[in-house]
Design a protein around this ligand. Structure first.
Ligand code: KQY
Length: 366
């Protein structure tokens, strides 16, 4: 059983590193939920497999898989991908996996936040989520890592981004939503974030993207390229409901300074066209009373900013949209020292997230 530590990472000299810092590997889960993923999850499985294979070119990947898919996944994944049996309710490792913290001397520990399926019984995306709640602890057990027990604080990994140098980006819409932590004040939450991620500056953007079923995760809005540099979703179209949200976020970020007192360099990445589920796609999703509605015409938040940075690489989404090429060009320009790989992720986006949401980095620790 992982040792549960009663102190805080800050007291122990641990901090959450930026995603761009060295990784020991990446954790993912295999999608199978037929009320999220159409056609028995087969097209989503192909997209997840493509993402896993792309990351495995750069660093070790572990995929958690339910028992009845183990043989299938093991046989289709390259040897560089470790396949382990796990139980879970859906496949969003960013949100149900642990947040790792490091001490700069090889020490790596995990934070076991609470999880309520993005809102529990008041706007959550499915019921129950009991298996998801145990994934963080199981991952830490597999890795023989010590654990900080933060089950009383509901926090999804996609709701925060850090620069590894003391700055955290988030949205008030998500963190202060009454369906997450109504028992905590903003000040109490800030203290928990400071003590556990070891940050000194929190930048609160007001809102996430419209049509984002997570109540506004930051990982659909902006990401750190490196300390002092941010790339954010953008649209030039004043008729797009995202226009006002992103304009406001841009203004706020332009005025802000990070934990080290730097002004942020901000790059804008134009959104693809709205992603709308077709009649044909929607007909092949199983109906389930306790699950988020994915009927024909439902609009999904889609952005290129939901990419994943790994050792020497960046894996970015494509949507079959005319903006795909521009996104690839921009991100290649921003990550000159990494290989940028673009994958069509429409099937993942129809589940309500993208590459960042289905991955979780395990830092190397030194
Ligand atoms: O990290 C994310 N932004 C997660 C997306 C979760 C979608 C659940 N259907």
């Amino acid at each position: 059983m992982p040792n549960t530590i009663r102190s805080t990472p800050r007291e122990d000299g641990y901090r959450m590193p930026g995603e761009f810092e060295p990784h020991a590997g990446t954790w993912m889960l295999w999608p199978t939920r037929t009320d999220t993923w159409r056609l028995g999850a087969k097209p989503a499985q192909d997209a997840f497999a493509e993402v896993a294979e792309a990351i495995a070119e750069f660093e070790p990947v572990t995929i958690g898989v339910i028992s009845c898919q183990y043989e299938h996944v093991r046989s289709r994944m390259p040897a560089a991908v470790r396949v382990v049996e796990l139980s879970y309710n859906d496949a969003w490792m960013r949100d149900i996996g642990p947040t790792f913290v490091v001490n700069g001397q090889g020490g790596v520990r995990g934070i076991d936040w609470g999880f309520n399926a993005w809102g529990g019984l008041h706007g959550g995306l499915y019921f129950p989520w009991d298996l998801d709640m145990l994934v963080k602890q199981k991952v830490l057990e597999i890795e023989r890592m010590d654990r900080y027990d933060l089950q009383h604080f509901i926090l999804e990994g996609g709701a925060v981004h850090v620069d590894g140098e003391g700055t955290l980006l988030t949205t008030s819409q998500c963190l202060l939503h009454k369906n997450r932590n109504p028992h905590l004040t903003k000040r109490q939450m800030e203290k928990l974030l400071r003590d556990h991620l070891n940050i000194t500056k929190i930048i609160w953007l007001p809102q996430g993207l419209h049509s984002d079923e997570t109540d506004g995760h930051i990982d659909e809005v902006a990401a750190f390229v490196k300390p002092g540099e941010v790339v954010m979703s953008w649209t030039d179209d004043p008729d797009d409901p995202q226009y006002a949200v992103l304009g406001r976020a841009y203004e706020m970020l332009s005025r802000e300074r990070d934990a080290r007192g730097r002004r942020l360099e901000i790059h804008r990445l134009h959104l693809p066209d709205r992603l709308i589920i077709t009649d044909e796609e929607a007909r092949r999703i199983d109906t389930a009373h306790h699950s988020y509605y994915r009927g024909a015409g439902t609009v999904f938040a889609a952005t290129y900013v939901n990419f994943y940075i790994c050792n020497g690489g960046v894996i970015i989404p494509a949507f079959g949209d005319p903006r795909d090429a521009e996104a690839l060009r921009t991100l290649r320009g921003l990550f000159k020292d990494r290989r940028v790989v673009q994958i069509n992720t429409r099937e993942i986006a129809l589940g309500g997230g993208n590459i960042h949401c289905i991955t979780q980095q395990q830092p190397r620790g030194w």
